[in-house]
Every structure is written in structure tokens, then in C-alpha cells.
Design a protein around this ligand. Structure first.
Ligand code: CA
Length: 222
């Protein structure tokens, strides 16, 4: 999964240091060096987390944070505060920050805190379904096997998603047909077999089991 992070910090050297460390750790990173740009990016792009300095030109970090929270923008925000400024920490948390770090800090600690924030946030937003190495993320419509993304058509995804949601149970062709097509679509239960065959080819392994004369099943595994 590509994780995208926004860094809003006007000290260019510090911003670059954070961005470099994040990129090295595999994140996609955008930087903004003033509050106006940071506010704009946070509103218009989809970020998984934000590193937000409070002291910024044009619009200060606390104002940005309050605006985001007021308009329902809920991605995790790690606030950077001036050293020893306890009132900044308090204001940051009151303003909707998920965590804070006082300057100067170790970059490793910033990374660790971001990992924790993203874990917490995605745990709530994307309850993934798992079967061994097969992982399906219903919200993002993503499927991976052993961490490798698998490209599926929308019908293949729906078949897999339905079976994954009902792991451990036999699902008949008729039931699958009912659930994978939208209203008014020409339903042909034979095509389910085609989707299953394609899914098996794309996913590899033996995730989908055929139960003769009854239907299909994905086993419940940790
Ligand atoms: Ca600053």
C-alpha cells in the first residue's frame, strides 16, 4: 500500500531532513513551506498522515489544524512544537492533533510516531480481510497476495470480496450471482465460473475451494 505523507514546515533544512527520511522509509512525500500551501494540499490531496509545524508563515499550524478538523478532514496529524513550549502542546492537542513532537527531535522517533498514527488510523478506516497471505481491503478496493498488489476487474473483485466476507462458509453460484451484479444487469450464473477461474489464475495458490455441487468457499485462516 502506498502511504502518502504531507510535511508542512518552513525551516527548509528540517523539512528536507524529514522528507528524505520518509522517502527512504518508502513513503510518498509532499512538502509545503508555508501555511497557505499546506492548508490547500491537506484539503485537496489524500494524505495518510501530516507532519505539521505550528509556527508557519501566512497561516499558522494551529489555525490550519482547526480548519481541517472543523471541515471533517480527519487524517492523523503529528504536530511539531517549539522546544519546551508546553502551551503549544496543549493547544495542538486541543486543536485536534493526534500526537506532537518537541524540537529538536530524533528523526527515528518521528518515523515511529507516524507509523503508530497510520496504524491506528487505518485500523479504524480500513478493516482488512485476510486469508493467509491474501489480503483484501474493502474500502480501498485493493487486493494483495504476499504484499504484492493484484489487479482485478470490478466483477472479479466483487466475487472475491463476497467470498472473503463469508469466509469459512460455502457460497453457491446463485448467491454469488445475486450479489455481484447491479440491478438490471443481464445475469448469467455461468459467468461466475469464469470469474472464479480468472481469480484463481491471478491470485495463485489455492485460496478458493470448489465444493462439488454446492459452490465455493474460502477457508478461514489467520
Ligand atoms: Ca516554523
Amino acid at each position: 500500500m502506498l502511504v502518502r505523507i504531507l510535511v508542512v514546515e518552513d525551516e527548509i533544512a528540517l523539512s528536507e531532513q524529514i522528507a528524505d527520511a520518509l522517502k527512504e522509509a518508502g513513503y510518498a512525500v509532499d512538502c509545503a513551506s508555508d501555511g497557505e500551501r499546506g492548508d490547500f494540499l491537506g484539503r485537496t490531496e489524500g494524505y495518510d498522515a501530516v507532519v505539521l509545524d505550528l509556527g508557519l508563515p501566512k497561516v499558522d499550524g494551529l489555525t490550519i489544524l482547526r480548519r481541517w478538523r472543523e471541515s471533517g478532514i480527519s487524517m492523523p496529524v503529528l504536530v511539531l512544537t517549539a522546544r519546551g513550549s508546553w502551551h503549544e502542546k496543549v493547544q495542538g492537542i486541543d486543536g485536534g492533533a493526534d500526537d506532537y513532537m518537541a524540537k529538536p527531535f530524533q528523526i527515528e522517533e518521528v518515523l515511529a510516531r507516524l507509523r503508530a498514527l497510520i496504524r491506528r488510523a487505518t485500523g479504524q478506516v480500513t478493516p482488512e480481510l485476510r486469508c493467509g497471505t491474501l489480503v483484501l481491503d474493502p474500502k480501498g478496493a485493493r487486493v494483495t497476495v504476499d504484499g504484492v498488489p493484484i489487479r482485478l476487474t470490478s466483477h472479479e473483485f466483487r466475487v472475491l470480496s463476497y467470498l472473503m466476507h463469508h469466509r469459512g462458509r460455502i457460497v453457491s453460484q446463485g448467491e454469488l450471482t445475486e450479489h455481484i451484479y447491479s440491478q438490471g444487469f443481464d445475469r448469467d450464473s455461468n459467468t461466475v465460473e469464469v470469474f472464479i477461474a480468472r481469480l484463481r489464475r491471478k491470485l495463485g495458490g489455492s485460496f478458493i475451494e470448489t465444493v462439488r455441487g454446492m459452490g465455493y468457499r474460502i477457508e478461514e485462516q489467520a
